[in-house]
Design a protein around this ligand. Structure first.
Ligand code: PMV
Length: 306
């Protein structure tokens, strides 16, 4: 085993199409330049620690380490992992998928190998299911690809990288409410079972927004992207996955000059994303208003290193 071995991966944002992606509709997402790093060392394992050796109470990261190590022919009983993260957990920014992909990369490095992107995508999907039951797989795809892409779920999912006209400055803002993606996914399912026709109409509308969003990204048209955000937020509201807190954050972003804003991820709390003519000024205006907000620059997917 080659130790210490390191792996890192980014979080994600869903730009358009969360929830409808579960019903085989397309979504638009991106990996984040913000992420999470794993360092493996010899020790009594499989064990996972936070920064500075803080014990991780959640048993799932150690289970991920065990599976990932075994996949690469390593002995999990002899490995400990330290995880350092820039991603706030539980905010819909894909911290569990980033952990899974970073762990795969670290274990591959410890075995003297490199994971191919296709394997990373497939294994990432398998391991992420340890956190989320039956997710669409969009989070590990974002962690593996790192840039903007269109996604349709499937085995394997259909992934279309988007060539951005320019790096996209996106404002991410947080509320205080914890959220449960499982609960909102179940609530949408109930609604769909009760009114398939009505829900499918909403899903059609989001599918059209995703097509418009792709064009807006390729043209670098932030105004058009913001309009898509606003329309998607209205649908998410109608599906019942927005909250008064999210609605308030969206309204504050609009008042601070955003072209459009929406929740990102499962909803029921979590993060809001916004685009505007001047992202740093927008984030600063939100911060003055007492909202935790920062700017991330989204990029095109980079070709796989040879
Ligand atoms: O809450 P997150 O960031 O895990 O995103 C969930 C996205 C959904 O479309 C609601 C569910 C899924 O599996 O794609």
């Amino acid at each position: 085993m080659r130790v210490p071995a390191r792996g890192q991966a980014g979080g994600k944002v869903i730009l358009l199409g969360e929830h409808v992606v579960v019903y085989d509709r397309p979504a638009l997402a991106s990996g984040l330049p913000l992420g999470l790093a794993v360092e493996l060392r010899p020790g009594p394992g499989p064990a996972v620690y936070g920064e500075g050796g803080v014990v991780v109470e959640d048993a799932r990261p150690a289970a991920v380490l065990e599976r990932a190590a075994t996949l690469f022919g390593l002995d999990p009983a002899a490995i400990v992992a330290e995880v350092r993260t820039q991603l706030p957990p539980g905010r819909g920014l894909g911290s569990s998928a980033a952990l899974v992909v970073a762990m795969l990369r670290a274990c591959a490095a410890a075995a003297g190998r490199r994971v191919q992107r296709d394997d990373e995508l497939a294994l990432g999907r398998q391991l992420e299911a340890m956190f989320h039951g039956t997710p669409s797989g969009i989070d590990p795809a974002a962690a593996a690809l790192g840039g903007c892409f269109r996604f349709v779920r499937g085995e394997p999912p259909a992934l279309t990288p988007i060539r951005l006209a320019a790096a996209l400055p996106l404002v991410v803002a947080f509320g205080d409410r914890p959220r449960s993606t499982q609960a909102t996914v179940a609530a949408v399912r109930e609604r769909w079972l009760a009114d398939r026709r009505g829900c499918e109409r909403l899903f059609d509308a989001v599918e059209a927004l995703v097509a418009r969003g792709v064009c807006a990204l390729e043209r670098g048209d932030l105004g058009a992207l913001g309009a898509c955000f606003a329309e998607n937020q209205a649908v998410l509201d109608e599906l019942g996955v927005s909250t008064p807190e999210i609605g308030g954050l969206v309204a504050r972003a609009r008042a601070a000059g955003a072209f459009g804003a929406k929740l990102t991820g499962g909803g029921g709390g979590g993060a809001v994303i916004a685009v505007g003519p001047d992202a740093p000024a927008l984030a600063a205006a939100l911060a003055r208003d007492g909202v935790r907000a920062f700017v991330v620059e989204l990029r095109s997917v980079q070709p796989e290193a040879g």
